[in-house]
Design a protein around this ligand. Sequence first.
Ligand code: NAP
Ligand code: F7E
Length: 385
Amino acid sequence: MARSALITGITGQDGAYLAEFLIKKGYTVHGIKRRSSLLNTDRIDHLYQDPHVEKRNLILHYGDLSDSMNVTRIIQESQPDEIYNLGAMSHVKVSFDIPEYTANTDGIGTLRILEAVRLLGMISKTRIYQASTSELYGLVQEIPQTEKTSFYPRSPYAVAKLYSYWITVNYREAYGLHASNGILFNHESPIRGETFVSRKITRALARIALGMQDILYMGNLSSRRDWGHAKDYIKAMYLILQQDKPDDYVIATGISTEVREFIRNAFAFIGVDIAFFGENLEETGVMKAVDENLFCEKVGEAHLSDIKNRMKNNPVFVKVDPVYFRPTEVDFLLGDSSKARKILGWSPEYDLDGLIADMVTSDMILMKKEHYIKEGGYKTLNYFE
Ligand code: NAP
Ligand code: F7E
């Protein structure tokens, strides 16, 4: 019989990639989606099957991690062999604005799943993956960070995830649950949420190159992150649940890069050489030169003269706005995933340049469509006219 998996957070970045990956492996995938006033299934629409299809391999359930009866019922009905708990309010900055909600979803939500599996008598059937995070290391106590490094969370998000990390360990030790933590460092992709720094940069880059945006306002440019590609990281989640013994694993590339450097590399991909001047709130990013052939290849000849004029007359395109600063910041993350590489046989296929190429290429296509519509090339309905 086909194995079955339940994914919370299936409408998110990782949930969408993981659902596709598991369906390709022959799984029946159940997913929890939240009710929203507009459809929020864009990332999984290509996998959707009408409820009338006889043997569906993707089945969506309305639900919410804050509703224990709902979570319990869905687990009972779907009888999953594997649960991937990816649902979370995942934005670190926003968690300072909605700390209680974040604790309920990202912390107690995990308890609701573990307890449901226990109360439903499914301990010997169901394996659980908990989406833990490098944010647990926060104010880092050791470089690089391993499974043995002490945690020092620096946001309501990270504190909620700390509870989830330990309650997962506790249910494993207390009840013998096959429950594991993947301590994943930042991972991005073309379907990353638009307000995370990587996607904010690649979207803005495309808009600036097409003349649709002037300035990219940024927060802390000096933060360093260990960035990987979500497509690589969801494979690690799967491998963790295929092990005979549950355990906790760091998943990371082992390379740490400054936000500033991410911006520089992204612009280099379209042939624009940039530099940063000034300090703190006065720091600016400036366009210095353009490789015309590369720019024409990646953006298009039609936009070359505009970018050259921009560079001559108004080259500043990055400014700092303190609105994006966090009350407490995580300055530096660098993961050591030796354990996962050795035991799971996992290693990433994408490096940072490959990730940036994938994201910028995708956002160029998206923004060109938007540009075309804006220029009146495609007539859309305006409900407010
Ligand atoms: P994401 O794109 O923000 O997706 C989060 C998912 O959780 C979405 O499907 C969202 O639903 C859902 N969700 C939010 N609140 C919920 C609630 N109350 N009940 C049920 N579902 C809820 O996040 P991601 O990047 O895919 O990350 C997946 C998981 O890994 C998260 O737990 C995140 O905290 C963790 N993580 C992420 C990274 C990373 O770098 N991406 C690194 C380490 C750990 P809507 O679509 O309706 O909003
Ligand atoms: O910020 C700095 C910001 O929001 C990265 C989540 O998936 O990964 C993610 O959390 C860094 C921070 O990700 C802007 O201050 C500068 O230092 O992309 P981010 P995050 O906070 O690291 C971890 C592993 C998770 O678990 C989380 O769920 O970039 N930064 N300027 C900025 N960040 C944002 N968002 N916007 C800026 O304008």
